[in-house]
Design a protein around this ligand. Sequence first.
Ligand code: UD1
Length: 367
Amino acid sequence: MKMKKKLVFIGGARPNFMKIAPIIRQTAKLKKFKNIIIHTGQHYDDNMSKVFFEDLAIPKPGYFLKTGSGTHASQTAKIMLSLEKIFKQELPDLVIVVGDVNSTMAAAITAKKLGIKTAHVEAGLRSFDMTMPEEINRIVTDSISDMFFVTERSAVKNLLKEGKRRDSIYFTGNVMIDSLFYALKKLKTRRAHFGTTDLKNKLRKYIYLTLHRPSNVDNKEALLNICGILGKAGKIYPIIFPVHPRTKNRLEKFKIKLSPDIHVIPPLSYTESLFIWKDAEAVITDSGGLQEETTALRKPCFTLRNNTERPVTVTCGTNILLNAANRHKLPAMLTGIKTGSYKHGRIPPKWDGNSSKQIVKILRSTI
Ligand code: UD1
């Protein structure tokens, strides 16, 4: 009997879970592979972690590490120490890391030092902004990985420029969109009642807001400025704001009071979040994932950042970047939406919900 090939999937923080889920669903169908899921515990609150596993039907992790929060060095080190033991014991044929969080980089370094082949899903994205911890994670992970699955052409270009071999780069599309279509279908087939259903029905026309980047929330002046602009935006459409623990903490620490037009709620599950934003008039965000998801559903998106590592959402999609100097234009742009004047965008190539199938097809023939 042939031995199964062991695939290790690393999930650590909220944005990882929707990326591993569709790939795991595909590999689970094949006798060739044995899936080993490791949750690093970088995110640990139920609403940042557990609900995503349930929501996206990810099997219970084989390993749950109790990493928790901390400085970047301590978080990364803790993850590496735990993973080293597991990798030595399990001897995986491939470690699959996704995205750009500390868990991604920690797993890639640990695997490669043990001589284990590593694949990076969502490789090659670059903001060219080294003040972003995620940019460092992306560069380190890509500099040592063996296989690169990319979401957009800019990433192919970046990897080639950095000296990667063309035959190690696979333009397979965006697994986030696989998860998006999966959840949309589920929402359509069952009449869901969520904790936020009443708020959604009451407001009818509203904006969906997420905010958690250190550059926006860790500095009091920056956060005060953003909250002032959001107060004005809230006069045009009320805002629904599921607040990330980092942001909640900073709002409390800086004693910032939000306008009453901003409805603050706890973080939402993946499906409930989609349930709200898919019917919003627009999304205001600094998240990476929402820039892509709004482009896929052609929903207006305003990104409060100076740059994006996902340029296709701007060149092709509905995304508009608003840097610190341009943020004041946000209320006027929201008024534009009332009259139908906004960027309608197009769907980027290969964002069709079949990305995980493409990835697994490649894994079948190479691993
Ligand atoms: C991390 C990722 C970021 C991603 C984001 C999504 C890195 C460098 N950053 O940022 O790329 O967009 O996740 O959420 O990996 N906390 C809780 N409960 C939790 C998790 C965090 O209360 O379950 C609080 C803690 O106070 C913690 C803070 O949030 O110190 C920040 O968490 P951390 O994992 O360090 O970074 P994120 O800002 O979540």
